[in-house]
Ligand binder design. Sequence first.
Ligand code: SF4
Length: 374
Amino acid sequence: MRIGIIDADLLYRKRHRFPNLACMKLSAYWKEQGFETELLLDYSQAGEYDRLYVSKVFTDTFVPEHILTRETTVYGGTGFFYDKAPVLPEAIEHHTPDYHLYDQMVKEHSEGEKKKKEFQFYTEYSIGFLTRGCFRKCSFCVNKNSTGAAPASPLEEFYDPSRKKLCFLDDNFFACAGWEKIFSSVLETGRRFQFRQGLDLRIMQKRQMELLASGKLDNGMIFAFDHIKDQELIVRKLELLREVIPVSYQKIKLYVLCGYDWEGTWKADFWAKDIRDVFIRIEILMRYKCLAYLMRYAAWEQAPEVYKGMYINLSRWCNQPAQYSKKSLREFCTGQGEYSSCFRYLTAFEALHPEMAHYLDMKYEEVQYGKIYG
Ligand code: SF4
């Protein structure tokens, strides 16, 4: 039996550079049963396989209908079913991934040092879930039906010692009761590691911060600051974090969710309030010398033009640490030229909301270090 595997996100999203874990596990499982597996890099040969697996993570990734309706096609993943995605059969879910599934694709596209770095998740990382689930039930999240974090795969299940680094996809690692034992298995490897989805700073205790800081962090620390209502708690935790990690260590990044109305009313004034809340969160992060990374919920595209333009401006500025740490938002937009859309939206926004003008001038280096609340 010939088995074709399609990572639909890879085919549809030009800049997508992260392997699909389910595809790698499927490949490894079927290889072990003695079958050939192959990663397809377009849909043209899809009819030539006895079975075709299609997986996607992102809901807006397009997959042609005729591929999904073939009798031999099996498809799955959060991109198709979001929070109702069926889990993989146990024997596949707990199989070590086939880290060579993408070899040919990587070989064809990764000539040169810069390109190699771009494809590093395919070549340098062991990837998996140490734990799965989260207790918080955020209404926008794929985990909203989860009841809590629980151990998923022991590290040895997906750890390939020939790979230099570890990447964990856990939803809320420190919410898992057995985190300490699991985490010691990570530290014992001596490998660089990252929790790619961010950690939940709100529940973290000093001991967890210290242990985290004692490991070889790959790409710094990443947390989430999704909701403005958490600001006082986040400030307290940032205070604690800065007792553990000196302020000179600047690779602490917090995801800042925007464009999502937690109340679900989507009133006309939501967009202005949301942007104000983003500014407040950024100011807090600047005070603790942390980076911000704007995560735009899909609805941001429905915002009136000026606000939509501001979401783009804010993302371009924040999500490039070299810009965020050196320039104010105004300097960043002005630097794009007075005829740029960037500058145009900034000017239009300021005319509409002069009360927020001071946020346009705040600068990472100039925002005074330390607490403003409590
Ligand atoms: S805390 Fe994070 S992982 Fe947990 S439900 Fe909310 S968004 Fe999802």
